[in-house]
Design a protein around this ligand. Structure first.
Ligand code: SF4
Ligand code: SF4
Ligand code: SF4
Ligand code: FES
Length: 615
């Protein structure tokens, strides 16, 4: 930034708001300046991290005694005199509010957002208890096609916050306004039901909606915000580690929001916001059990621990596997215990992490360690992107939103995926190849090294080099990339184009102990499934089927516990605490949200007691 530009951005102006002297940065809006000075300005369509559009006119202010402007779109000026809290302005706001109430269905007592609603709050703040205009809303059926979200058209005030968050923050561009005038309504894609649209179920629109128009089916009528205690924690469903605000009452969990002051604008994904809230109907493993005469029989936990210690101590060979979503302290304790009984340990994602760290070590030898990006968020600033494996849309959805946002800002995107391109709407070019992934970067590397460019160059390879070479290039490697050649070539592509690499593996917790894929299954298998569900359990079920004796530590009954000879209790995600390391290498704190239902304080308690018995 030039000195002149810097001087401009740092210039401050002085204005008066409701008689109070306020200093503000030139270019800042009146709304922001007022809020920073602690002056309340009513608003509805404005929302943190979104561009302001001046749609609702709630923030009308009077400037220099003669003109009305919306504070959210009007920049401050030196010497300006602004009035916010005058009777005339409140008259304007009351009229707008009355029109909003008469045009749609705002019978608050029947609304799921009653008591949580910004529109209702403003109605009361304006001193209204009825409307002068005839009620004119047309009854529309709500869109209930989405698994997690209901769209109630009759409570929509057309503020556009949902549209802007879906576009600007999530980068998905699913929502828009449809129709005109009084018939204006929210539509998904080409006016298809939300559940059949391009929606990625992140729920950002639900968090942003100021009324009861968009709400979560899982949270509706579970409790108002004011009835809840809010616990701040971190999502460790994947290695992005989004900040969470978990709302709970004495009856349990109510909702999960993202923190709007976080770096990604309060984003979460389907897994972090909704799946974690979904009722887990599987019975809780509340006690220890041992299989006797074919049936799992409840036993005191001490008896089960002694039995497990004997099984492990006597075994010729032990195979162990653990969920990659466990806190570092628990994974370490489990790895130590399994090391003591010479077990082969498998943790999903650890094999890829091991391969990648070997590649990085090799790069360091060649002074190329700077290739590794400091933060996943660097994707947002990319001018050119190559994404190997587009399943990151499902495995690391917030990282996928960074990709979409970068494209929206003009970045070129080349995707390389052996199957379906999940960024199809956004990529400039995609290779859904029959050829191997690494071939592209191999050819790219050759192309760059061949100064004359005489060698035949695959056009996609040429494109990859061009995209990444124009300014800030980022190569993203998704979790399905599991062979060394592809990794080496992806890093090679970054090296020849002076780009950064973001590696995203399957493990949620990146503080992984030494572990690898287990091919030969031992006599005894200790499978620490925690609260993993369905697909995540598949590998462990496969191991259990090949072992003679199976020990399972799990929070819930499942196909895996059915195969077990001994079952020990574990904690659900909300009951855990500890730390976890995210994809940026930062240690994050996991806070307990609910008290454990199982008779253990932590997941590592049974493991430590087993070790004591063996010792
Ligand atoms: S859930 Fe997310 S992707 Fe779907 S419409 Fe809302 S903001 Fe857009
Ligand atoms: S659905 Fe909610 S956020 Fe979207 S325009 Fe309507 S009121 Fe605003
Ligand atoms: S992107 Fe990852 S960390 Fe963020 S909410 Fe989704 S699963 Fe959780
Ligand atoms: S908040 Fe300014 S016009 Fe809506």
């Amino acid at each position: 930034m030039s000195e002149a530009t810097q001087a401009t951005t740092e210039r401050t102006v002085t204005l008066e708001i409701d008689g109070q002297e306020v200093r503000a940065e030139e270019g800042e809006t009146i709304l922001d300046a007022a809020r920073r000075a602690g002056i309340d300005v009513p608003s509805l369509c404005e929302f943190e991290n979104l561009p302001n559009v001046g749609a609702c006119r709630m923030c009308l202010v009077e400037i220099d005694g003669d003109r009305l402007e919306t504070a959210c779109t009007t920049p401050v000026e030196d010497g300006m005199e602004v009035a916010v809290d005058t009777e005339q302005l409140w008259d304007h706001r009351r009229t707008i509010l009355e029109l909003m109430f008469s045009e749609e269905n705002h019978y608050c007592m029947y609304c799921e957002m009653e008591g949580n609603c910004e529109l209702q709050d403003l109605f009361l703040e304006a001193g209204l208890d009825s409307v002068r205009f005839p009620l004119e809303y047309e009854d529309h059926d709500p869109d209930t096609s989405h698994e997690y979200i209901t769209l109630d058209y009759d409570r929509c005030i057309n503020c556009g916050r949902c549209i802007r968050v879906c576009d600007e923050i999530v980068g998905n561009q699913t929502l828009n306004f449809g129709n005109r005038g009084r018939d204006t309504t929210i539509v998904a894609d080409t006016d298809v039901p939300l559940g059949e649209s391009s929606c990625v179920s992140c729920g950002a629109c639900v968090q942003t909606c100021p009324t009861g128009s968009l709400y979560s089916n899982l949270s509706a009528y579970h409790g108002r915000d004011s009835d809840c205690e809010v616990v701040e924690s971190v999502c460790n469903e994947c290695s992005i580690g989004c900040d969470l605000e978990v709302y709970r009452t004495d009856r349990g969990l109510v909702k999960i929001d993202g923190t709007t002051d976080g770096p990604d604008g309060g984003q979460l994904c389907e897994k972090g916001r909704f799946e974690r809230l979904e009722r887990d109907d599987r019975p809780v493993v509340g006690t220890a059990t041992i299989r006797r005469e074919g049936e799992l029989e409840t036993v005191p936990i001490d008896e089960a621990i002694e039995h497990v210690a004997d099984l492990l101590d006597d075994a010729q060979s032990v195979t162990a596997a653990a969920s990659n979503r466990l806190p570092t302290e628990t994974l370490d304790a489990f790895a130590d215990a399994m090391d003591d009984v010479n077990a082969d340990l498998e943790i999903d994602g650890a094999d890829r992490a091991g391969l990648e760290s070997a590649v990085r070590e090799e790069l360091a030898v060649h002074d190329e360690e700077n290739l590794v990006a400091d933060s996943v968020a660097c994707i947002e600033d990319a001018d050119g992107l190559v994404v190997y494996d587009t399943t990151i849309v499902e495995t690391h959805p917030v990282a996928a939103s960074y990709v979409r946002r970068a494209v929206k800002e003009g970045a070129d995107l080349l995707t390389v995926d052996p199957f379906e391109d999940q960024f199809e709407r956004f990529s400039s070019d995609s290779l859904t190849m029959g050829s191997s992934l690494f071939k592209v970067s191999e050819i790219a590397a050759e192309a760059v090294n061949d100064e004359e460019r005489e060698a035949p160059i695959a056009s996609a390879a040429e494109k990859a080099v061009d995209f990444l070479g124009e300014g800030n290039g980022v190569v993203v490697i998704g979790p399905e990339v599991d062979n060394q050649d592809t990794l080496v070539n992806a890093y090679g592509l970054a090296a020849v184009t002076d780009s950064q690499v973001v590696g995203l593996n399957e493990a949620a917790n990146q503080a992984l102990p030494d572990a690898d894929r287990v091919d030969e299954v031992g006599e005894v298998a200790y499978l620490f499934a925690s609260d993993d569900r369905t697909d995540d359990l598949d590998r462990m079920v496969g191991i259990a089927r090949r072992a003679d004796t199976v020990i399972v530590q799990a929070a819930r009954e499942s196909a895996l516990t059915k195969l077990a000879d001994v079952v020990l209790p574990a904690l659900d995600w909300a009951e855990r605490e500890g730390t976890f390391v995210d994809a940026d290498g930062r240690e994050r704190g996991i806070t307990r949200v609910l008290e454990p239902r199982a008779p253990i304080e932590s997941d590592r308690e049974p493991i430590e007691r087993i070790l004591e018995v063996i010792a």
